[in-house]
Design a protein around this ligand. Structure first.
Ligand SMILES: Nc1ncnc2c1ncn2[C@@H]1O[C@H](COP(=O)(O)OP(=O)(O)OP(=O)(O)O)[C@@H](O)[C@H]1O
Length: 477
């Protein structure tokens, strides 16, 4: 049996979570404020603390140091209201074992506590005072997201920011790779120093070397004086090698050497010079495919992908669309900073789109809509048409989005053992698929036909009795 303290001002959470942990055989104490919790921690030994961040009085993160004094190395699990990268980073940096995002699932939350109790925790990295500070982020540079995928991303950023290892950030164009790189820089030891994104695809192959490593006077025609390279200019800071997949092979060897030995040799010089930068790289091209085609070096790939971070496309995390839209609309509003609310029909339209241009497309769409709305409420018709990156009509772009969703769904379903070997008819992959796609289609057509089943069946192109059968099967009657 372990003793767990839950500090949360929401009595219902304390009660439900307390009961749950109690059923698992733990002794649970609860407190509504950090002060009360500290008082309890002073009086009795604890094996774990679950601590809400937003509390009346001292907030959870500020209280972590004091809790640590009383509970020693016992794990502290932090609860945050909804994903905010700063809070996550501060909590992790202050030595939190893990964090839970409200509203949380009791099963999952208990699993985190259980794991914390089993593994225990020695505080690592918590003593670096530079890491405890909250970075000053401009709102336009804030990484927003409340989906589970973004929460996982925040945690990865929190873990890797404190180190100096190279990070390979992958994801489609417009997903926020540069923002992720910035967040890693802003939350690490190099914050306050240069963050230098270098778009390698935009440099002509002949110029990349000189740009990155610098050159000596006379090393080529037109080189009238010595020139420092970007890697030297960013000394002490972070360099983001953007579009790393576009670097010519010859340059890749030199980059590998720079990353591995932390030195750069200017064009025309024989002596390498030490460089002090952290390397981050980003790409929207599949490096593994480039490697297979002999266009990307394996050694550079492995060096860069010590810590890979994948930023999922927006269509895979539609939960983020409303928070992102609200954020962009607030920024676009003439009374910046004043919170705006989104109409339900706008949210519906936004979450229906495939967002092939990802967050960048969403941002542009909201900015444009705010202009068209001229200070009034933003309506769905103020949005620009959905972007079709492949030059086809909006319909085919929808179809493409759908095709991708189906492909992904199938991939995931294939990971489930029962989908591969159906044990009965109901669980065949095909049945599972129909159970996903038929109900929304039937519902929509029925709604559009005012609930008239005969018309709906006609529109869908199936017999009325088949429609009735399906409605019964899916409990849609
Ligand atoms: N999670 C997010 N929160 C807030 N803004 C975001 C987020 N993700 C992306 N953005 C915004 O979307 C735009 C595109 O982001 P960014 O430039 O980081 O994408 P990228 O993946 O690096 O794109 P590319 O591969 O085309 O360079 C930027 O304006 C950025 O501020």
């Amino acid at each position: 049996m372990s003793r767990v303290l839950i500090v949360d001002d929401e009595a219902s959470i304390c009660w439900a979570f307390g009961e749950y942990l109690g059923d698992l055989g733990h002794e649970v104490a609860v407190a509504a404020t950090a002060e009360e919790g500290l008082d309890l921690a002073r009086r009795q030994p604890l094996d774990a603390v679950v601590l809400d961040v937003r509390l009346p009085g001292i907030d959870g993160i500020s209280a972590m140091g004091a809790f640590r004094e009383h509970v020693g190395a016992a794990p502290i699990i932090v609860i945050t209201a909804f994903g905010n990268l700063d809070t996550v980073i501060r909590a992790m940096d202050a030595g939190a074992f893990d964090y839970l995002v409200k509203p949380f699932d009791l099963d999952q939350a208990a699993a985190v506590v259980q794991r914390a109790l089993e593994i225990g925790w020695t505080i690592a990295g918590a003593s670096d005072p530079a890491l405890g500070r909250e970075p000053e982020e401009r709102p336009s540079n804030r990484l927003i997201g409340s989906s589970a995928a973004m929460q996982a991303l925040f945690k990865q950023i929190a873990l890797v920011a404190a180190t100096d290892v190279p990070v390979l950030i992958t994801g489609e164009s417009g997903t926020g790779k540069e923002l992720v790189a910035r967040a890693i820089h802003e939350h690490g030891r190099r914050r306050g120093r240069t963050f230098l994104p270098v778009c390698l695809a935009a440099l002509s192959p002949g110029l990349i070397e000189g740009e990155l490593f610098g050159h000596l006077r006379g090393s080529f025609t037109g080189a009238n004086q010595d020139r420092k390279g970007l890697l030297e200019l960013a000394a002490g800071g972070t360099v983001l090698l953007d579009e790393i997949g576009d670097v010519p092979l010859g340059m890749q060897v030199k980059l590998l050497r720079a990353i591995e030995h932390r030195e750069a040799t200017p064009v025309g010089d024989a002596r390498p010079r030490p460089i002090d930068v952290r390397f981050l790289a980003a790409t929207n091209r599949p490096l593994t495919e480039l490697m297979a085609a002999g266009q990307f070096r394996e050694d550079l790939f492995f060096r860069l992908s010590v810590f890979p971070i994948h930023v999922p496309p927006l269509r895979e995390r539609l939960d983020d669309v409303p928070v992102l839209a609200k954020h962009f609309l607030t920024m676009a509003s003439p009374r910046q900073g004043q919170e705006v609310s989104l109409r339900d029909d706008l949210i519906d339209e936004l979450t229906r789109r495939p967002w092939l241009g990802n967050v960048r497309e969403l941002r542009n769409a909201i900015e444009r809509a705010a202009i068209v709305a001229r200070g009034g409420p933003v309506l769905p018709e103020h949005l620009p048409p959905s972007i079709d990156l492949h030059g086809r009509g909006a319909e085919s772009s929808n179809a493409r989005g759908l095709e991708e969703v189906i492909a992904r769904w199938t991939e995931n379903a294939l990971k489930e053992p029962e989908a591969v070997e159906p044990s009965n008819e109901e669980s065949t992959l095909y049945d599972q698929f129909l159970a996903q796609v038929e109900p929304p289609m039937l519902r929509t057509v029925l709604r559009r036909q005012g609930g008239n089943k005969a018309l709906a069946a006609q529109r869908i192109g199936i017999h009325r009795s088949t429609l009735r059968q399906k409605l019964r099967k899916y409990g849609l009657e």
